[in-house]
Design a protein. Structure first.
Length: 62
């Protein structure tokens, strides 16, 4: 199991690494500001027994 995974910010295109909380359930969503461009993203995390899959979408329409 990995402790980190990454997503690509929809606003600036940067690859952003986030920590994975395996104890929070197999499907997680939360809002996080991009550390590069400061735009808010909704982060979606899906976990299976061995891996974490992370994707993002803008919190608001641009």
């Amino acid at each position: 199991m990995r402790d980190e995974a990454s997503y690509v910010c929809d606003s600036c295109g940067e690859d952003i690494v986030v920590p994975i909380d395996w104890s929070a359930g197999s499907r997680q969503s939360y809002v996080e500001d991009c550390p590069v461009c400061c735009n808010p993203n909704i982060i979606h995390v899906e976990l299976d027994e061995e891996d974490a899959y992370v994707r993002s979408e803008p919190e608001q329409d641009r």
